[in-house]
Design a binder for this molecule. Structure first.
Ligand code: UD1
Ligand code: UDP
Length: 358
């Protein structure tokens, strides 16, 4: 008997990617275990996602918590290795580009356990992003690579990965979005947050925006200029919260800074927004499918398909306010393209490949 399939999650964006794969494998009768590294923790960054996305409680929570890159990565590597030696899975499935992803993949690869990477091949070509290093390393050591877009397939090919290991399957995060669409209640979100006019939703957590005081101050200036035009609702990631507070983020009457929201509540709010301002990876994809204009405050994106086939646009801190003004004037698009295969069935395609390979 081969061992179970072991899924590793670490951070908030891993859950909407893992849920459809876990569900599709369960439908095919595959024995599975869910391991959470504990990179993200607490009600709003962890528990709420299990509850809302119908994921089982993890079989194991490694409880690694926060730390520097080396500390956190090493803690996951050590803990996952020990677990793999005990459980001897047939296959390890990792998601996205967080520290838990690369550490778990490395532990498995060294033990000769097959690794499947969901969301492989995304490249910003910006090695100052910790995620870019995690992506490149994870793809290098993964055996089976699941890509969400044709550009990702091309990057993997250019890096010398054999075509028969790469599978263009669509986007499991969008499976979760489409499966939960009926729960995203914009009217309820408006009522809950006392919003009666057009509003903008913002999320900010990239180190390049929030870690250094000078960047954070420039960012706050730009977000205040947005709030001069419309109410801004900002469920704020814990990273950078104190930094952004210290440079005045909270000091504008039209900015509502909230704790991180649950998945359903967050996307309810996004669904009713005139525009979203973000530096998140996942939010660029979700807004593309919801048809909400997305202004990404970054110099690059590893998800260019959200620009060519979606509602995304890269902005700088200097251009943000003018871009928002333009979106407020133009209103929401009536029709918009979506990327190929972002149709709600990526989890099924991934499970079909994995079952064949098991
Ligand atoms: C991580 C990922 C990033 C992803 C983001 C999703 C890496 C290198 N980065 O960034 O790619 O976009 O998750 O949200 O893996 N903290 C809490 N509670 C938590 C988790 C974190 O308070 O549940 C605080 C801690 O002070 C911690 C800081 O946030 O030091 C950063 O957390 P960490 O997991 O290291 O990185 P993120 O910025 O969350
Ligand atoms: N999200 C959420 N609550 C929030 C902000 C984001 O549920 O307050 C969800 C969002 O819908 C998406 C995921 O978290 O599914 C994205 O995570 P994040 O932006 O933290 O990470 P990234 O995608 O940038 O790695």
């Amino acid at each position: 008997m081969p061992g179970p399939v072991l899924h590793v999650t670490g951070a908030r964006p891993n859950f909407p990617k893992a849920a459809p794969v876990h569900r599709a494998l369960a439908e095919r009768g595959v024995e599975q275990q869910l391991v959470h590294t504990g990179q993200h923790y607490g009600q709003q960054m962890f528990d709420v996602f299990l509850r809302q996305l119908d994921l089982p409680h993890p079989d194991v929570n490694l409880g690694v918590g926060s730390g520097s890159h080396a500390t956190q990565t090493a803690a996951v590597l050590t803990a996952v290795e020990e677990l793999l030696l005990q459980r001897r899975p047939a296959l390890l499935v990792v998601y996205g580009d967080v520290n838990s992803t690369v550490a778990a993949a490395l532990a498995a690869a060294k033990l000769g356990i097959r690794v499947a990477h969901v969301e492989a091949g995304l490249r910003s070509f910006d090695r100052t992003m910790p995620e870019e290093i995690n992506r490149v390393v994870t793809d290098r050591i993964a055996d089976t690579l699941f890509a969400t877009s044709p550009d990702a397939v091309a990057h993997l090919g250019n890096e010398g990965i054999a075509a028969d290991r790469i599978h263009l399957v669509g986007n499991p995060m969008i499976d979760t979005l489409l499966a939960n669409l009926d729960r995203f209640d914009a009217a309820k979100a408006r009522a809950e947050h006392g919003l009666d006019g057009p509003y903008v939703v913002a999320t900010l957590h990239r180190p390049a925006n929030v870690d250094r005081p000078a960047d954070a101050a420039e960012l706050v200036h730009a977000v205040h200029a947005v709030a001069d035009q419309a109410d801004v609702v900002l469920p704020l990631h814990p990273r950078g919260r104190e930094r952004l507070r210290s440079v005045g983020l909270f000091d504008h009457p039209r900015i509502r800074v909230l704790e991180p929201l649950g998945y359903v509540e967050f996307l309810g709010l996004v669904r009713g927004a005139e525009a979203v301002v973000t530096d998140s990876g996942g939010v660029q994809e979700e807004t593309t499918v919801l048809g909400v204009p997305c202004l990404t405050i970054r110099p690059n994106t590893e998800r260019p398909v959200t620009i060519t086939h979606g509602t995304n646009c890269l902005v700088t801190r200097a251009t943000l306010a003018a871009e928002v003004e333009q979106r407020l004037r133009a209103g929401r698009p009536q029709t918009w393209p979506t990327p190929p295969l972002w149709d709600g069935h990526a989890g099924q395609r991934i499970a079909d490949v994995l079952v064949r390979e098991l």
